[in-house]
Design a protein around this ligand. Structure first.
Ligand code: X5A
Ligand code: ZN
Length: 664
């Protein structure tokens, strides 16, 4: 498995700018690049990346997408005077040229291809290109929306022809619709294009009918173009994450790409003068983290828009930090998507339900036309932020914590035969028998043989370190998972956990104390025992049976159920208890574990049966190095899986709002 994160940056791409008065184009300034890079340096992220030089894209590469005639036009701007530049710019929409535009556009595209080469060759795991001009509006023969060459579209064609990649996912989280990318791949089923964008029923730029949810692709490409138009401004963290869970991710996992390219525009972040959206920087860490689980981690971030310099630079930093594998900060704000967002989500799901098995059996209807025409209640804005710079200054201080010195602490016998990742450290401290017995006074002595007493008391120490962030996460091997889990849950609550999320895989004889005060939320994925169901919003069950021979569809349960539930709850600590594994495979457990790390600042305890050596080794890899494995292949879910989950959700989604994907 590859490791490392590539970073492309060159200040030469700052050598062009708008030369005349044009309020529409004035926001696209050279400082967008230097500010982003400076912030990366301040966070000490640049040194941790593999820095790659830019290069010029060749004519052959440019014409993978663009016409030779258009290339000639762009080329000719090199020698123009200001009047001619202005005249050429006016042939296009929201475009501007400078004498250095051609050179910079070649570097911008070449820089993009450098990241693609580094990722595809396995030199690095993932990467980011800090470039300008941006690309996603540009078309075969047209400059548009500050874009000259379509960097991401050329990158996709390049990966197809040079590396024989069969399936590419493009995620466009810029606040504008990348209509250029849509036009280029509309009839191409090898490229799945997803874009969310400010739309407001067509009244927002570029004001295109074809940006709506019903443009799903053409001919062979039908089903491979996903538009999620936002009909109100003020969309925030909950709306974006819900869009990932309920629209993009199920389709993306079913598609099973070999490469993921992101049109990473940050005008969808808070404070942006174009977007007027509310997403805070850590939201982009969460989006990045989720995408790292596709295509064996082959993920290339290509800068597009982003016009609030502070917001842009914080968002870029959160993205790069996450690519490097740092813990994802807990998401802020109430995790409840707004009504308008749910309308858009419902419509996009409905439009795509004929094409994707993960949507096929869902009971989706189109939201009534009337409510999509602007009659739904306006979105109440999250406390209007008067000074975005000041807000971000405080916000980042609040959400960023020092990195724990240990990544993974393992509670296991000192002599063991496990092959463990370098980031795993054995818990070596011990408590006295008396201390341990006191802490465990609620449990009868006959349950505690010496071996178990030893393991449980070591775990208590490890939990202290987990709570005080001396270690990011923790693994405990146990001969009695039920007991160890019960002790751990009691201990975490005693140490001050306010919201403890517990996932139990397999049949445990004894459940941890589930308080109904909201301090614990427990999901059980039973093996074959029929469980007595206690109906409570704090007790949930996931029945899941499949034999993952040719790939697993567990992703469906993750995005339709487990993660929306966890994100709604916003836990401060997580316990994952693994007893006996029958219903789901090791790779499924690994995917679950890895995605759960996006919550609770990565503070997660895994309690696992000591004999499950293969799972222990896999999980220690996942926990010690957030993206060191490939989780696929995936296959679409069966009808039975979809239907049984839908039943389970009816009650829960009224309380846990991220589960909801219909506007009602
Ligand atoms: C790349 C990008 C926006 C163009 C807006 C024109 N372009 N009103 O964000
Ligand atoms: Zn944009």
């Amino acid at each position: 498995m590859s490791s490392g994160t590539a970073l492309v940056y060159d200040e030469e791409m700052m050598s062009y700018r708008l030369l005349w008065d044009d309020p529409e184009c004035a926001i696209e300034v050279p400082e967008r690049l230097s500010c982003s890079y400076k912030r990366l340096q301040d966070y000490d992220l640049v040194n941790r990346c593999v820095q790659l030089p830019v290069r010029e894209a060749t004519e052959e590469e440019i014409t993978l997408v663009h016409s030779p005639e258009y290339l000639d036009v762009v080329k000719s701007t090199q020698t123009m005077d200001v009047d001619e530049l202005k005249k050429t710019s006016k042939k296009y929409i929201a475009a501007y040229f400078h004498q250095n535009s051609y050179r910079c556009a070649k570097l911008s595209l070449g820089g993009t291809l450098q990241v693609v080469d580094a990722v595809m060759s396995g030199d690095v795991r993932n990467g980011m290109a800090l470039i300008r001009p941006p690309g996603h509006h540009s078309q075969q023969s047209e400059s548009n929306g500050f874009c000259v060459f379509n960097n991401v579209a050329v990158a996709a064609e390049y990966a197809k022809s040079k590396y024989n990649v069969q399936r590419i996912l493009i995620v466009d989280w810029d606040v504008h619709h990348g209509q250029g990318i849509q036009y280029i791949f509309e009839d191409d089923p090898s490229v799945l294009y997803f874009s969310w964008h400010r739309y407001e029923h067509g009244s927002f730029w570029p004001n295109l009918r074809e940006s709506d949810y019903d443009s799903i692709g053409k001919d062979k490409g039908a089903g491979y173009n996903i538009n999620l138009p936002w009909n109100q401004v003020g969309m925030g963290n909950a709306d974006y994450i819900a869009a990932f869970f309920h629209v993009l991710l199920p389709m993306a996992f079913e598609f099973n790409p070999e490469l993921v390219l992101v049109s990473a525009g940050y005008d969808s972040g808070i404070g942006d003068p174009e977007g007027h959206m509310c997403a805070t920087p850590e939201c982009f860490a969460h989006l990045t983290h989720m995408l790292m689980h596709l295509a064996g981690g082959k993920l290339c971030m290509i800068l597009e828009g982003g016009y609030h310099l502070r917001c842009l630079s914080e968002c870029v930093s959160m993205t790069v930090r996450t690519l490097l594998g740092d813990p994802v900060p807990r998401i802020s704000g109430e995790m409840k998507p707004c009504h308008s967002a749910l309308e858009s989500i419902q419509n996009a799901r409905h439009a795509h339900s004929p094409y994707w098995k993960c949507l096929l059996h869902d009971e989706t209807r189109l939201v009534q036309e009337i409510s999509t025409k602007g009659l739904s209640a306006p979105k109440p804005l999250i406390a209007e932020v008067a000074n975005v710079d000041e807000f971000l200054e405080n916000h980042m201080k609040k959400i960023l914590h020092p990195k724990p010195p240990i990544t993974t602490l393992l509670v296991a016998p000192a002599e063991n035969t496990l092959h463990l990742h370098g980031g795993v450290q054995l818990e070596e401290d011990t408590v006295t028998t008396e201390q341990a017995t006191n802490a465990l006074s609620v449990f009868t002595q006959d349950q505690l043989n010496e071996n178990l007493l030893n393991s449980v008391s070591k775990m208590l120490l490890a939990l202290h370190k987990l709570v005080h962030r001396k270690t990011r996460n923790c693994i405990t091997l146990s001969s009695n998972v039920s007991l160890s889990t019960a002790v751990a849950s009691q201990q975490l609550l005693a140490l001050g956990s306010e919201r403890l999320f517990i996932v139990i895989i397999g049949d445990v004889d004894r459940k941890p104390e589930i308080t109904n005060d909201g301090k614990t939320l427990c999901v059980t994925i039973p093996g074959d025992k029929i469980l007595e169901r206690a109906y409570s919003q704090y007790q949930a069950f996931l029945k899941w049976q499949e034999s993952p021979h040719e790939g697993s569809s567990f992703f469906y349960a993750l995005f339709r159920f487990l993660l929306p539930l966890a994100y709604s709850y916003q836990p401060d600590f997580i316990i994952l208890a693994i007893e006996r594994i029958k219903s789901i495979g090791t790779k499924d457990i690994a995917l679950l574990t890895s995605l759960l790390q996006g919550l609770s600042d990565g503070a997660l305890l895994t309690v696992i049966t000591e004999t499950e050596e293969e799972t222990i080794e896999t999980l220690s890899n996942v926990l010690a190095d957030s993206a060191s494995m490939s989780f696929g292949p995936y296959r679409p879910p069966d009808k039975e899986c979809v239907e049984s989950l839908t039943v389970e959700l009816t009650d829960l989604q009224t309380k846990w709002r991220m589960l909801q994907c219909l506007a009602k």
